[in-house]
Write a protein that binds this ligand. Structure first.
Ligand SMILES: [Zn+2]
Length: 375
């Protein structure tokens, strides 16, 4: 049209034809509900139906591709992978459409659904998560995925990638699963800190703690306390729960030492897996409180992090598993939050001076105490 009107030179006719060919080709494999609404003058952006022009277009396009050749500087001709792959793609799409129509009675199909841009965008999000997460391990990938899911996949486009924004809507209400008991008006913790769920630098690991009898004994004691309360409130005498949550061979020496009257079995022996997961939770929760004590709804934040770091495979009682986990995590949060408040009050009163110097709030309390104390 522009050539006929004299706007473009006659020599550009071939170039224009090639560009138009590729434009229509991309349209024919890119039809989506959203796109077709915006560009109603482009029929190939519509769905593939028995009467649409897609299949005829693809047959013609295959002929064009078969006739295409690339020439090098030296005049040598050759076929490039993109042409071979386009031929394959068009042939496959044609076959797939026919199969879907005959075997599954699908007669209107949006081709964009076969596009792998959402996948590329998704991997782009994972890669850019936590500054530059370009070579994650399987575990690293899993936590990045979990964090993205919780943080609502903050962007559905991978910046710098060669694909368009996809219309894949993420599950916006996912957060409600974790914060279901909350009043709607209260502020929600917005972002999960990547550090808290990768946790490699936060979690000390139970093996190291085992070298310090004081640390491990304290840990087993807390685990035992929580387990005892959970038993009374949740699973009572369930044999399955008793089996997987308690250490039935009673191998934990630190608690055994505390038992003065061995025959009475006053203290509880938690399963080793339970102690290990308590150890991880303890490290994470202490770190969260230390740096975020002023965070609104900190307990819900902690519980969300727990969801991602904990592996409760060892709890085999399907009947109580959910309740046991919920009750225990709640109790652990209360326990540590209460202890922190108690400690902070003691710093404020001046009865505790060995506070954690990295804890902003406790440091403020100490400064306040120093300033106000009567000499
Ligand atoms: Zn049970």
């Amino acid at each position: 049209m522009y050539i006929e009107k004299g706007i473009l030179a006659k020599e550009s006719k071939e170039t224009a034809e090639v560009i138009l060919f590729f434009d229509e080709l991309f349209d024919s494999v890119n039809g989506s509900y959203y796109g077709s609404k915006k560009k109603s003058w482009k029929p190939l952006l519509g769905p593939v139906t028995p009467t649409s022009s897609h299949q005829k277009y693809w047959t013609d396009a295959r002929k064009v591709f078969k006739s295409m050749k690339f020439y090098t500087k030296n005049g040598k001709s050759g076929v490039v992978p993109s042409i071979t792959n386009w031929l394959q793609t068009l042939e496959n799409l044609d076959l797939l459409m026919k199969k879907l129509a005959t075997e599954h009675n699908l007669t209107s199909i949006w081709i964009r659904h076969f596009n792998q841009d959402p996948l590329e965008n998704f991997f782009g999000c994972v890669r850019s998560h936590g500054v530059r997460n370009v070579n994650p391990t399987c575990a690293g990938f899993e936590v990045a995925f979990a964090a993205l899911l919780i943080n609502n996949l903050s962007s559905n486009h991978s910046p710098g990638a060669n694909c368009e924004k996809d219309k894949c809507v993420n599950i916006k209400s996912l957060r409600n699963i974790f914060f279901e008991n909350r009043v709607a008006s209260s502020p929600v913790p917005t972002e999960i800190d990547f550090r808290h769920i990768t946790s490699d630098d936060i979690i000390v690991g139970i093996e190291l703690k085992k070298n310090n009898p004081k640390v491990i004994a304290q840990l087993e004691y807390v685990a035992g306390y929580v387990l005892r309360k959970t038993k009374t409130k949740v699973f009572k005498n369930c044999p399955n729960c008793n089996n997987c949550l308690f250490n039935n061979i009673k191998e934990i020496t630190n608690i055994a030492v505390k038992e003065y009257k061995k025959e009475k079995k006053l203290l509880t022996y938690p399963a080793t897996e339970l102690v290990a997961s308590f150890s991880d939770m303890q490290d994470v929760i202490i770190d969260i409180i230390k740096f975020n004590a002023a965070m609104p709804n900190i307990k819900n934040y902690i519980k969300t992090v727990f969801c991602m770091i904990n592996n409760y495979n060892y709890i085999t009682c399907q009947m109580h598993k959910k309740d046991v986990i919920m009750y225990m995590e709640d109790l652990i949060c209360n326990f540590f939050l209460f202890n922190w408040c108690k400690d902070t009050n003691r710093v404020l009163k001046g009865s505790r001076t060995d506070y954690d110097k990295n804890d902003e709030v406790q440091k403020m309390c100490y400064d306040y105490y120093i300033k106000r104390r009567r000499n």
